[in-house]
Design a protein around this ligand. Structure first.
Ligand SMILES: [Zn+2]
Length: 212
């Protein structure tokens, strides 16, 4: 899913685990995406394009269910070792949430294990862009409601979801640009992560009506 869906997941987890620091949760929900950005810059993972669409055709290492589970277990163990098991659990849930949400969103490109030949799954919500926009927006609002966030936070969530519409239905010229400049897509995703996390963090402060 897009950065705002992962970011709002951090808000929902924060409500259930108030002791978990929101900045750490915002990073944890996107830890897998950070791996993808790094691997794509390095050429270890790749995307392909058609005239009108971008396909994340090879991301078996960052986005495998096994990678998400492995990272989550590592965070759980670290939390227990540091004497903060509940924070470890919150961060582990944040990490694994990424691949689970992407499993719903992606076409069948989510590997079971972080191996090039592993079986791949994906329910391809992205294949129905308007349904995708509606469901991701509703999901963001549900997380906001659970978080009991402020009105400005709700507006930010709505606007960030709407801004995804051009990415869900990319213009051929934009696809051609991304295809010609391979660094552009991971950079856009990185920018989305930074913008989304900064806004969610800022607008969820207690003075804004949130609980962070
Ligand atoms: Zn992802």
């Amino acid at each position: 899913m897009y950065a705002i869906a992962h970011g709002t997941t951090a808000l929902a987890i924060k409500r259930v685990f108030p002791d978990a620091p929101l900045p750490a949760l915002l990073v944890a929900v996107q830890a897998v995406e950070m791996l993808w950005i790094g691997f794509t810059y390095l050429g270890i993972e790749r995307f392909t394009t058609t005239q009108t669409s971008v396909h994340l055709s090879f991301l078996p290492y960052s986005h495998a269910l096994g990678t998400g589970a492995g990272l989550a277990i590592a965070v759980l163990v670290l939390g227990a070792w540091l004497g903060r098991p509940r924070i470890g659990l919150a961060l582990a849930l944040a990490v694994i949430s990424h691949v689970l949400l992407d499993l719903i969103h992606h076409e069948p490109d989510i590997s079971l294990l972080p191996l090039a030949g592993s079986p791949r799954f994906g329910f391809n919500l992205a294949g129905a862009p308007w349904a995708d926009l509606a469901i991701e927006t509703a999901y963001g609002v549900a997380c906001w409601k659970l978080f009991r966030g402020s009105t400005p936070l709700l507006f930010a969530i709505l606007i960030l979801n709407l801004l995804n519409a051009p990415l869900m239905n990319p213009a051929p010229a934009a696809v051609a640009l991304v295809s010609a400049h391979r660094w552009m897509l991971p950079t856009v995703i990185l920018f989305q992560f930074l913008l989304t996390s900064t806004l969610l963090l800022r607008l969820s402060r207690p003075s804004e009506g949130g609980v962070a």
